[in-house]
Design a protein around this ligand. Structure first.
Ligand SMILES: [Zn+2]
Ligand SMILES: [Zn+2]
Length: 429
């Protein structure tokens, strides 16, 4: 038997339903803030990620699906999408568009990581990018959008963590200060951090293998920001307070990617275990220059769809929510009537399956039960002549004759009273 490639998966059944509904929330939210969609290609030249994501990152060092194509060029299945959006910005002269340029994306990304629960080698990311504007108002607005998405998806105990990691003027100095402070602890560091000590000591702050005690003892970057970075960070915090977004500063938050500057943030929720990040992002004022464009400030965030789907799924099973499924059984030669009835119900938002085999009503009803239908609409020859149908409530095992034109309303009424009853019976939390 041929199986899916290791670390890849089919999305089907309940998962794809949740995927599409989450996707709708994300798209609608982004659009309401003026973001327009962009769909970059899945394949890019490897150089794009080497120059943007950075050579000294786990992604570029170990996790990229990079290969030489038949023309001898090195190409990569994108490990993230910000670099692609930045490339598109330069390539298509988006600097001629009114600023800020607001773009959102959703699509598959690839990383060669050890597959584990909820982590796949092919995964979907949604994200937004704001380009060509350095106003701290936008940092706060993008964080507000991220928080709002968490609220719309009913994530529990949402909180925003923010930090500033400075700019080209102030970060190099902090790196030196940090190195000095880390020197006496060099031998205690993990192998990756021993290397990061020389290449990018900031990354040691978010290494999970280093102790909290060590991290707490280190100098804080926010004490070493230049005036510009400090003023920017203060304004972002002021706006967030004014917008009513709960946040806290976290000096160990540096994000994994090299291209971030100034504001970095995460939205965390208790839905994914203890204070897990649902999304992360930040400002990247040098990214466009890195890949050969003019100086262009930018910022954004990305969300992994798989995590959101896990969370929404666990909420759903807790609520025991069901969608109403209507099954249509019909007498000989009444296919057209069955189809038209289904069409009317579908246009009112019901999910409808029409029996395709026909035959005895008993057999059709058995198939309806097997499908897990909540209602079966039976169109017999007598009913057809009278302009009525039999409506069966599969749960209560009751049957009523209703007029054709009143069918939609009848089903809506029964399902509403059921859901209402369920709600009032539910224990209070
Ligand atoms: Zn600075
Ligand atoms: Zn480490």
């Amino acid at each position: 038997m041929i199986k899916t490639v290791k670390g890849c998966k089919d999305i089907y059944g309940e998962d794809i339903e949740i995927f599409r509904s989450v996707e709708k929330v994300l798209r609608d939210s982004a659009r309401s803030y003026g973001f327009k969609e962009i769909v970059p290609p899945t394949l890019e030249y490897s150089e794009l990620f080497q120059r943007s994501v950075g050579e000294d990152t786990d992604i570029v060092e170990k996790e990229m699906y990079t290969f030489t194509d038949k023309g001898g060029r090195s190409v990569t299945l994108r490990p993230e999408m910000t670099a692609s959006v930045a490339r598109a910005y330069v390539e298509h002269h988006f600097e001629t568009l009114p600023s800020p340029v607001k773009l959102f994306y959703i699509g598959p990304c690839f990383r060669y990581e050890k597959p584990q629960k909820g982590r796949y080698r092919e995964f979907y990311q949604f994200g937004v990018e704001v380009l060509n504007d350095e106003s701290p108002y936008l940092d706060a607005e993008v964080i507000a959008l991220a928080y709002e998405i968490g609220e719309k998806l009913h994530l529990k105990d949402l909180k925003v963590k923010i930090n500033s990691i400075g700019c080209k003027k102030c970060r190099p100095h902090y790196k030196e200060v940090l190195r000095e402070a880390l020197k006496p602890h060099y031998e205690e560091l993990c192998d990756d951090c021993k290397r990061r000590f020389y290449t990018n000591p900031l990354r040691i702050l978010d290494c999970k293998r280093e102790s909290k005690a060590l991290k707490d003892s280190l100098p804080k970057i926010t004490d070493y920001l230049c005036d510009e970075c400090r003023a920017h960070f203060e304004k972002v915090q002021k706006y967030l307070s004014e917008f009513g977004i709960p946040f806290e500063t976290d000096n160990t938050l540096v994000r994994g990617l090299d291209y971030y500057t100034k504001t970095v943030f995460e939205v965390v929720s208790n839905d994914l275990g203890a204070q897990n990040a649902v999304l992360g992002g930040g400002r990247y004022d040098y990214l466009i220059e890195e890949i050969g464009g003019r100086h262009t400030p930018g910022l954004g965030f990305a969300i992994g769809m798989e995590r959101l789907i896990e969370v929404v799924k666990s909420q759903k099973s807790a609520q025991n929510e069901k969608e109403e499924l209507v099954y249509i059984a019909y007498g000989k030669g009444l296919e057209k009537e069955a189809y038209l009835t289904a069409k009317r119900l579908r246009s009112s938002g019901f999910t409808v399956i029409v029996d395709s085999k026909g035959g005895a009503f008993g057999k059709q009803l058995a198939r309806s039960r097997k499908r897990g239908a909540h209602f079966t609409v039976v169109i017999g020859e007598d009913e057809f002549k009278k302009g009525t149908v039999q409506l069966k409530d599969m749960e209560k095992q009751t049957q009523t004759e209703v007029k054709k034109e009143e069918l939609t309303e009848a089903i809506a009424q029964i399902s509403e009273s059921k859901n209402g009853a369920k709600e009032s019976n539910a224990p209070r939390k």
